[in-house]
Design a protein around this ligand. Structure first.
Ligand code: ADP
Length: 380
């Protein structure tokens, strides 16, 4: 999704592809295949580029440090990126900045997990500090499950991998009213731009729908959330786009707690492709190249983004004639990925006015589900 804006700006993208089949390789002519955990491949790839950036957070920190030592510009740098790679490092940083965290502890044994649960209350949310996404790596643990095989298995994995001294992250189960996302971008020279705070609706721990601005969010909460994201970006020296995923907690703290950080264009920011003067993909490119940032003003009062995951329809294009005819306001974005059950394969953006939020949601849902389920969807 960065390729069209790179092309508009005359910026040449190169992708270190995991395989020749990855969807980015279809739109980026220079996409050598290589392993991002192999320093030799990273070094070879980095030769001749102005800046290295990421579309996921799993490149090993020590390799990024080696590239920096070689003189490669890496954005975000490893010192910032660690807070998106390692949830324990992130929790420590949020505490250090005095921003609102849930109760948490780094636990190294079932006994420590038990003590945390006794203090924070059951059930406890147990997380692998690294490698999780879309809810993989998040487990709800009741008091009687502390000695279960699943928990033991996670401790073993953390210890074998040597993540943050072999610890897992234990968090209180937060009573939140909804999830929010504060999206910002920052240049190496310090300029920051923030988009309006979004509501992000998750289904089975996967982002399903995003509404911007978050409907009914008190102004002071929105401002505090946006300020928190700016501060995190500044103090952790983040470069590029960063999403601060938040839990809305009316009446607790400033009205939200920090859940996690992502340092790259993020699903909660896909609405910007059609709803903002500058999309997150363009902004990320500008930011990592240390170019002046674009306006984050909305081009419509409200934007709705709805994801579609792989479903019963293997041929997304077959749905286009009927979906495009039925929903002319829907902007369809597909990723060129092969369709697999539950895999994110595209999203739909719709923009409009404040008094049509519910109908924008219906259009986005109708188009997304129409593509996913073609030809079986029954229209409501
Ligand atoms: P991932 O890295 O897989 O996205 P998250 O830490 O965002 O993992 O957790 C996935 C989902 O689990 C969140 O979107 C939220 O709905 C739920 N969750 C995570 N942490 C907590 C918590 N401490 N309390 C309540 N729910 C949580």
């Amino acid at each position: 999704m960065m390729a069209p804006v790179a092309s508009e700006l005359g910026i040449e993208l190169r992708v270190l592809a995991e395989s020749p089949e990855v969807c980015a390789a279809a739109v980026v002519p220079h996409s050598p295949v290589g392993d991002y955990t192999d320093l030799t491949a990273l070094r070879e790839f980095s030769r001749g580029v102005d800046v290295v950036t990421f579309d996921h957070e799993h490149v090993p920190t020590e390799h990024l440090r080696a590239l920096l030592t070689d003189g490669v510009a890496v954005h975000p740098g490893p010192g910032a990126l660690i807070h998106a790679q390692d949830k324990i490092a992130m929790r420590r940083a949020v505490d250090r900045l005095g921003l609102p965290n849930p109760r948490w502890a780094a636990v190294s044994s079932p006994a420590e997990l038990h003590s945390f649960g006794e203090e924070a209350g059951w059930p406890v949310v147990l997380k692998t500090p690294r490698g999780g996404y879309d809810g993989k790596g998040v487990m709800l643990v009741e008091a009687h499950e502390v000695d279960s095989a699943d928990v033991a298995d996670w401790f073993r994995r953390a210890q074998d991998a040597g993540w943050t001294d072999g610890a897992l992250l234990a968090e209180e189960k937060v009573e939140f009213s909804r999830e929010l996302s504060a999206l910002v971008a920052r240049r190496p020279s310090g300029q920051i731009a923030a988009w309006e705070v979004a509501e992000s609706i998750q289904v089975n721990s996967v982002c399903d729908e995003v509404i911007v601005p978050a409907p009914g969010l008190p102004e002071e909460t929105a401002k505090a959330a946006s300020d928190a994201a700016r501060r995190i970006a500044e103090e952790l020296d983040v470069t590029g786009v960063m999403a601060a995923e938040l839990f809305e907690t009316p009446g607790r703290g400033p009205g939200f707690l920090v859940n996690e950080l992502a340092m790259r264009p993020h699903n909660s920011g896909h609405w910007t492709q059609d709803g903002s003067v500058t999309s997150q993909f363009e902004q990320h490119l500008r930011a990592v190249l240390d170019l002046p940032l674009g306006s984050t003003d909305r081009v419509a009062p409200v934007s709705v983004m709805k994801n579609f995951l792989g479903g019963s329809n293997p041929n997304l294009f077959a749905a286009y004639p009927s979906v495009m005819a039925e929903f002319p306001r829907a902007k369809i974005h597909t990723y060129g990925k092969s369709v697999r059950e539950g895999r994110k394969v595209g999203h739909v953006n719709v923009t409009g006015s404040h008094d049509e939020v519910e109908s924008l949601r219906r259009i986005a849902r109708g188009a997304a589900e129409g593509i996913r389920d073609y030809p079986t969807r029954e229209w409501d």
